[in-house]
Design a protein around this ligand. Sequence first.
Ligand SMILES: *Cc1c(COP(=O)(O)O)cnc(C)c1O
Ligand SMILES: [Zn+2]
Length: 381
Amino acid sequence: MLACSRCNQTYPEAEPRWRCECGAYLLLQSDRMFSRDSLNHRPPTLWRYHEALGIERSESTVSLGEGFTPLIPDSLFGQPVLLKLDFLNPTGSFKDRGSAVMISKLKEWGVTEIVEDSSGNAGASVAAYARRAGMTARIFVPAYTSAGKTAQIRMYGANLVKVPGSREDTTQAALEAASRTFYASHNWSPWFVVGLKTLAYEICEQRNWQAPDWVVAPVGGGSLVLGLYLGFRDLLRTGFISRMPRIAAVQAAACAPVYHAWKQRLDDVPAVAKQESAAEGIVIARPVKGRSILEAIYDSEGVVLTVAEDEIWATARTLAEKGIYVEPTAAAAPAAVRQLAELGLAGPGSSVVVALTGMGLKATDKFIEHLGTDDGEAVQP
Ligand SMILES: *Cc1c(COP(=O)(O)O)cnc(C)c1O
Ligand SMILES: [Zn+2]
């Protein structure tokens, strides 16, 4: 069943809804789980864990082969790490995990028309899966969104609406449109979070069911951090792993509401005034699921770290020089590995998994601006 995060109201999973009648967000409560022994012969996609994903009929499944991305050893700032290349999902970001499950559930409900708002990647991901499921999608994005992402959304055949002003203005515009169709919001949908639990399952399966010491992940709306935490909790409950990994959630210093709330040990995340950041995908002044994000961090004995704009760009370069091209938003988490090591939270013997969330090609326009207009060496005619 779906349970309200505030008022204890519950709803059946078969009922199309995206929030509680009281206005708060819902989370799936379920103890269905896959069995470890059945995994060996299954295809390398996130649907190998389908028993835990709450999709009732296999014909509802909308898939592009998402999940099971590489986990590769490397080192950052002298710290050994395992890089989870989750930008290698079908639309170029980890959001495909959430979209695949959310859109499958919407298909099961018989929804044919949806509205979503996004800083770009969720919009592209939802547009792709909606189209594959035969749904019509209207995607609202802030006017500042990278051209790579808006072109991608339009190519998938979605109706793109650019909203001037802030990320919050975009949500408002989408909500107004959603009063006439279904609001398939990655920030609200409990099913989107269910899809992100597969990242935790996968990291542990790829490490032979050894939980890592740390998982470092960016936090914006918080579906990723919450999905990781809930996924690890499933694995703990079933005894597949024996301890909870610590979560290091990373924000851009320019917009760090979760950091400020965590510093003050609050139980919800108040809005902050924010500045612009190259990490456009995590610039969220007030995450909807603030309560659950903080709970995930406290309960995992985690930390919240912030990184400056120059660290984000420098880390994008460092990764690119290793052959790994991620967008600036996805460079924030690896940038924070420096602090994790400097603060003594991780050391040479620690296992540190870093989630790399979005592909560099998404932000080509931002990289061109960063590099300057010089387009490399030209051959003289
Ligand atoms: C959406 C996004 C994030 C933030 O994920 P949340 O689940 O909203 O916290 C991080 N990196 C990239 C590339 C994203 O697209
Ligand atoms: Zn409620």
